[in-house]
Design a protein around this ligand. Structure first.
Ligand code: ZN
Length: 186
């Protein structure tokens, strides 16, 4: 389960709500925690490992799986440096709410709520964004600098532009996972 790097098109995938919680999924969550630990990250979202699920894992304030999360924002925002395991080498300032209430389910489908603040709230907002295909570079303050950095990165990886498309094989794989683990289209 390697962590996909920008500009991999999975990072722009809009994830689907899950309705199946089984042993395979629990194994996926374990693998994501391992991968996050190996990379010294504090959060990792499903699209970063090529999965179409509304799911992320986070190790602060304690290890927790968040499935089908919804977020309510509170209070003021603070701008601080952020980084992403999928965009190595880039650290940039992003404004985030200081406090959030997050509602989600764990890997067994059991719902819970948490109030998060500080770094945990920032991390959760970053991971929640991933589920919508939003990267922190989309939100960071220094527009031009970021654009240059990302252009260089894309060039280095010999891919044109940002919104690169999924291969047929990947699309099929994601659709298959979606059919097995997510609600159908309304
Ligand atoms: Zn990230």
């Amino acid at each position: 389960m390697p962590i996909l790097l920008y500009p991999d098109p999975h990072l722009r995938y809009e994830c689907h709500l899950m309705n199946r919680f089984d042993r395979w999924l629990a194994g996926v969550c374990d693998a994501m925690f391992r991968e996050m630990g190996n990379s010294k990250g504090i959060g990792l979202a499903a699209p970063q490992v090529g999965l179409p699920f509304s799911l992320f894992v986070m190790k602060i304030p304690e290890p927790q799986v968040y499935i089908n999360p919804t977020v309510q924002y509170y209070g003021t925002t603070t701008t601080e440096n952020e980084a992403c395991l999928s965009i190595p080498g880039l650290i940039a300032p992003v404004a985030r709410f200081n406090k959030i209430r997050i509602s989600a389910s764990d890997q067994q489908g059991i719902p819970f709520q948490k109030l998060l603040s500080g770094l945990a709230a920032r991390c959760a907002q970053h991971e929640y964004d991933h589920l919508q295909g939003v990267l922190f570079t989309d939100r960071c303050q220094k527009g031009l600098e970021q654009a240059e950095f990302l252009a260089q990165l894309a060039e280095k990886q010999a891919v044109q532009g940002d919104r690169v498309v999924l291969s047929e094989k990947d699309t099929e794989r994601l659709n298959d996972l979606r059919r097995q683990y997510c609600y159908g289209d309304a």
